[in-house]
Design a protein. Structure first.
Length: 158
């Protein structure tokens, strides 16, 4: 696992500790991490509080622009359609992800949004040497089921 994905994984661990789906992200510019975030959907009661979206918001605020050209994101889980769209709209150069999301992934799984011809092209790469990224998600949902917080509607805070 490279050093930036390790930092994204640290963010995923923070989410895990908060009983959030453990996804973390960092944005890198010129070899330095300029923003970091993790999922906060449950604690913020917002379907928009994905790690990628929060990370993009922080970078935009830091640089006082919505254009994040020259920057790359490392995220522990393949982005969903909303987040893949946000990558395009924020004009990030590239996204690296550490785990495939076979149910919601929009880069190489369920659909391939980043392959389409939009006004901006985001490169992408699945980093296969990051088994920890998928393992933490598997462990998280196993733990929830054991704690019987997972009801028949897949809502673990019911």
């Amino acid at each position: 696992m490279n050093k930036y994905m390790k930092e994204a994984f640290k963010e995923a661990k923070k989410a895990y500790e908060k009983l959030e789906v453990p996804v973390g992200a960092v944005i890198v510019k010129d070899g330095k991490i300029v923003a970091r975030a993790h999922n906060l959907r449950e604690s913020k009661n917002s379907s928009l509080a994905h790690a990628e979206i929060l990370c993009i918001k922080k970078a935009c605020k830091k640089f006082n622009t919505w254009r994040l050209e020259g920057m790359e994101m490392y995220v522990t889980l393949e982005p969903c359609p909303m987040c893949a769209g946000a990558l395009i709209q924020s004009r990030l150069d590239k996204v690296y992800y550490g785990a495939i999301d076979s149910k919601n992934g929009a880069v190489s799984s369920v659909c391939e949004i980043l392959k389409n011809n939009f006004t901006h092209k985001v490169e992408y790469e699945y980093l296969e040497d990051c088994p920890e990224c998928s393992q933490i998600i598997t462990d998280f949902f196993k733990q929830l089921r054991k704690q019987k917080k997972f009801n028949e509607n897949n809502s673990y805070f019911a």
